[in-house]
Ligand binder design. Structure first.
Ligand code: ADP
Ligand code: MG
Length: 608
């Protein structure tokens, strides 16, 4: 049986048993379903996107209170004048709740998500606290006592007043949501979301607008929480502020983390574990201790500590590994390359792709790069060399949009790039690798390389969730596979990138850059850490790319590698160009010899 088969069997078994389950179990299952929705949003946000929110309970509250207000407010009833009856009002409430949650999440996200570090978690704590007190203090929402008398949901003429009737709708919604999220993660957009964890610079260099993606996932998680709140309100038919306070927000985070924040099913597992555990503790502890009190909070906290210590990635990976013993792994449907990506026209050989004009960069009093003029044309390998600390990496970052020049101009394909982000460079056909390899180590080689083709696709979140992106996805993956083959990585296509040698990882970075079909390739120390044969293979690949018409700028330490490969060389020392020309000219230049012999770690003779 495959995992999907097992899921279907379990769902079917639950459906068959449903009418005979005791009332208490039904109620618990309803809550587990509701909590799973919130936790699934947190999995997307925390485990996949690398952001933390303590404020999800407040978004649940927004969903619950929105519908409570819509359904019970006499003012609104007067305005509507009976145009919408008690059957329609909850749906209006759902609309309002989702809208409010989206607006708040978008605003919070827009304010904090561009800032790195702890701003978002802190902001969600502030938001969680303030909305809780707002619920408690607004007379309009019933203050601390809350609002009662909500109508039950009615679907197709059937009243869903009882948990036994509402539960299947909750679970169907949850399963549908999980399916959509699973599809989203298994798409071009999913790769972009995962790339957020690989760091802003890497993701932006692949053409991903990281700020926009972060806001979008934050809004998505808030919508899931609000949806859960809406169901909650109509399950309880009553709302008060307590279930939406900061404690509960932290509990939701627990669910995601305990279950396994990197896995969608971890959300369901975590919600089930936490809910069952709490309900058991509330029964057992007072009997054990002989007195009542909130002991379960303490026991719960201690248990969480143990679980997190034992299962750092949550329980789901352990459960999944165990299930592999008797489950057949799901075979991924091989997508067809029915509509190959168009090949963009490369600029003619000799055309200037990149040019810097007196580009300088200061760090405080230090001039790291001093008025450097350099150009790279199509069909050449241009090497930038120099001793350690010469300013090579700083120059590299300047011409790839990671940092701005303090003075001077960088132009790409004839366009002045002042103030442009790295993804604008990618859009103009610049592909790059990193001196310190930046891959998603747990993802497959194919996944990593396909991220490089991000800009070649168009399909958005909704299309991905609904699996309407399969033709495009097939083309993207086939394109990625071709780059993998080009770089000699085909035997490793499904291996996790982090499991390969450094040399192979550097090759993955080149394949990823090529997947964007760049006309200019920037390589920061591509030969560092490579074995001799790997270097030979790399040189061969670069020579082939040059023959195909790419322009390549390579920063490199390895002299032999550079001298055999480069058409032109520029030598930097203390941020200033001290020589430029063909390998032969540069090798003969006395100033270069000086720079390399005076305290250099790699004398030129080694290469000559
Ligand atoms: P290279 O790559 O040639 O070894 P770098 O470009 O990394 O040299 O560094 C050039 C100089 O700029 C060094 O003196 C380095 O200490 C300094 N430098 C680089 N980045 C920064 C930074 N972010 N802040 C301050 N100084 C920096
Ligand atoms: Mg460097």
């Amino acid at each position: 049986m495959t995992p999907r088969g097992l899921t279907l069997v379990l769902v079917a078994a639950l459906a068959v048993a449903w009418p005979w389950l005791p009332e208490f179990t039904i109620t618990l299952l309803c809550y587990i379903g509701l909590y799973s929705m919130v936790a699934a949003g947190l999995v997307m946000l925390t485990g996949v996107g690398g952001m933390t929110s303590f404020g999800q309970a407040a978004f649940v509250g927004v969903g619950a209170y929105a519908t409570a207000w819509v359904c019970t407010s006499p003012d609104l009833a007067a305005v509507l004048g009976g145009a919408i009856g008690p059957v329609g009002l909850p749906w209006l409430g759902l609309l309002l709740g989702l809208l409010l949650a989206a607006v708040v999440a978008w605003a919070l996200g827009a304010i904090t998500l561009k800032l790195s570090g702890h701003y978002l978690p802190l902001c969600t704590i502030a938001w969680g606290l303030s909305i809780y007190f707002l619920f408690g203090n607004l007379e309009l929402l019933g203050g601390q006592t809350g609002t009662g008398g909500l109508p039950p949901l009615v679907l197709g003429g059937v009243s869903l007043a009882e948990p036994r009737a509402l539960g299947p709708v909750i679970w169907a919604t949850l399963l549908l949501g999980l399916w959509a999220l699973h599809n989203l993660l298994d798409s071009r957009e999913g790769r972009a979301i995962r790339a957020l964890k690989g760091g802003r610079v890497m993701a932006e260099s692949m053409g991903v607008d990281t700020a926009a993606y972060r806001v979008k996932i934050f809004v998505l998680a808030a919508l899931l929480a609000a949806l859960s709140g809406w169901f909650y309100a109509h399950l309880q038919r009553f709302v008060n502020p307590t279930p939406f306070n900061l404690n509960i927000g932290i509990e939701y985070l627990f669910m995601a983390v305990v279950g396994g924040a990197g896995h969608l099913w971890g959300a369901v597992l975590g919600a089930a574990l936490v809910t069952l555990l709490k309900s058991r503790l509330q029964d057992v502890l007072p009997q054990l201790l002989g007195s009542s009190g909130n002991f379960e909070v303490i026991a719960f906290g201690l248990l969480m500590l143990v679980v997190l210590h034992r299962f750092a990635d949550g329980m789901w990976p352990t459960l999944a590994a165990f299930s592999h013993r008797f489950l057949r792994p799901a075979r991924k449907a091989e997508l067809r390359d029915s509509q190959p990506l168009p090949n963009p026209q490369l600029p003619p050989a000799g055309e200037v792709l990149l040019r810097t004009n007196e580009a300088s960069r200061r760090f405080g009093g230090l001039v790291a790069v001093n008025a450097v003029d350099l150009d790279v044309v199509a069909g050449e390998v241009h090497a930038l060399i120099g001793p350690n600390g010469a300013g090579k990496s700083t120059f590299f970052n300047m011409v790839s949009g990671v940092i701005d020049p303090s003075a001077g101009v960088v132009s790409l394909m004839g366009k002045d790039m002042t103030g442009q982000p790295a993804r604008a460079y990618a859009a103009l056909g610049l592909g790059r690798t990193f001196q310190h390899v930046r891959l998603l180590g747990q993802r497959s080689v194919l996944d990593n390389v396909a991220l490089g083709a991000h800009r070649r696709g168009r399909r958005g979140w909704l299309a991905s969730m609904l699996r309407l992106d399969r033709v495009e996805e097939g083309a993207l993956l086939a394109h990625a596979r071709r780059q993998i083959e080009r770089c000699g990585l085909t035997p490793h296509v499904d291996a996790p990138a982090g499991s390969l040698s450094l040399g192979k990882q550097r090759a993955i970075e080149i394949a990823r850059a090529l997947a964007g079909q760049p006309s200019l390739l920037l390589l920061d120390e591509p030969a560092a850490g490579l074995r001799h044969l790997e270097k030979v293979a790399l040189a061969k690949l670069l020579a082939q790319l040059r023959a195909e018409g790419l322009g390549i700028l390579v920063v490199e330490h390895d002299m032999e590698f550079v001298m055999n490969l480069a058409d032109r060389i520029t030598v930097l020392e203390f941020g200033t160009v001290i020589a430029r020309g063909t390998p032969a000219q540069v090798q003969a230049d006395p100033r270069v010899l000086d720079a390399y012999l005076g305290g250099a770690d790699e004398p030129l003779e080694a290469a000559a």
